[in-house]
Ligand binder design. Structure first.
Ligand SMILES: NC(=O)c1ccc[n+]([C@@H]2O[C@H](COP(=O)([O-])OP(=O)(O)OC[C@H]3O[C@@H](n4cnc5c(N)ncnc54)[C@H](OP(=O)(O)O)[C@@H]3O)[C@@H](O)[C@H]2O)c1
Length: 287
């Protein structure tokens, strides 16, 4: 089994997590809607992740909706004391599987209570406010009302730590004037690098940056350079993409998603892969 701890750890709020984590979105049905074809396989992925040392899981109650959180509860509750579950609020699903913004204080309060109930906890470890915008790039605009509503819920003791998702640097600063921010989750990977300066800025402040779509998302990354480096390292291209992220900056925490135990095992081996400097330079040039 892979040594997940070889990738190092990072402080997420007051909790130390291994930098190699797991993103649970792929566990729901097609288009992240409805139940998976084989719930037992989804449960096996979650249990295998924890058995391998993963102690940071990313989820949202709008995956399914409710499906992913309920699978996490079924597979892992009562939770290990070192497990940190990070959830997101700010969206709801339509009956047609559409993704719709839900950022009013009333919708956010509802979402936090849905997460508490479906995960089976009294307090959520980390809640990210997912600002609106498309998957390619965040959109400027005030998040004050929404983030203040979450800060209220934190003061009420329902949330331990707050984070942000799909945000600009200006929105991070705006949120930090309202409450402490422990992590930022944005789209970033080998070929999508809009957040370089944000990552460095967050790193200086000890804040985690958690790239979503670390493998490229629904259509995983493909590139000749990546395949060539992978062949020389005798690793899979997607493992190299994850190892590149781990070497990119110490505040990057990984949450690769998969619905397959075999893919999970393969991805976790990235924790032990070191890419030598000349090959890192080849990969850096891919942007
Ligand atoms: N904040 C946001 O707006 C936002 C948006 C998107 C995602 N997220 C979070 O980020 C996490 C990661 O993103 P993601 O799951 O969408 O994308 P990803 O991790 O970049 O890639 C997942 C895709 O790669 C495939 N895959 C994984 N490992 C593989 C392997 N070893 N070989 C071949 N294919 C492999 C998966 O299919 P299989 O299931 O077949 O392995 C799936 O199609 C999510 O789980 C979610 O928690 C957040």
């Amino acid at each position: 089994m892979s040594r997940v701890d070889k990738a190092g750890s990072f402080l997420l709020g007051d909790r130390k997590v291994n930098r190699m984590g797991y993103g649970a979105m792929q566990l729901a049905g097609p288009h992240v809607f409805g139940p998976p074809k084989a719930p037992a396989a989804a449960i096996a992925v979650l249990r295998e992740a924890l058995a391998a040392g993963v102690n940071h899981i990313d989820t949202a109650d709008f995956y399914g909706p409710h499906v992913t959180n309920r699978l996490i509860r079924e597979a892992l509750h009562p939770y290990a004391s070192d497990l940190v579950i990070v959830t997101k609020v700010g969206a709801v699903r339509g009956a047609d599987a559409s993704w719709n913004p839900a950022l009013s204080p009333a919708e956010l309060i509802q979402a936090v209570h849905d997460n508490l109930r479906n995960l089976g906890v009294d307090v959520l470890d980390v809640v990210n406010l997912r600002a609106w915008g498309n998957m390619q790039a965040p959109m400027e605009g005030s998040i004050e009302e929404a983030f203040s509503a979450l800060a209220d819920l934190q003061r009420q003791g329902l949330i331990r730590h707050l984070g942000l998702s799909n945000v600009t640097a200006a929105q991070v600063k705006q949120a930090q004037d309202i409450a402490n921010v422990v992590c930022v989750q944005n789209h970033y990977n080998l070929t999508h690098r809009g957040d370089e300066s944000l990552i460095a800025d967050l790193g200086r402040q000890g804040i985690a940056y958690v790239p979503f779509f670390p493998l490229g998302g629904f259509t995983p990354l493909q590139s000749q350079t990546l395949s060539s480096v992978a062949a020389r390292l005798e690793a899979s291209p997607l493992c190299v993409a994850l190892a590149w992220l781990l070497q990119r900056a110490p505040n990057l925490l990984l949450i690769p998603g998969t619905s397959s135990v075999a893919h999970l095992r393969e991805n976790l081996t990235a924790s032990e892969l070191r890419i030598p400097a000349p090959m890192l330079a080849e990969l850096d040039a891919l942007a």
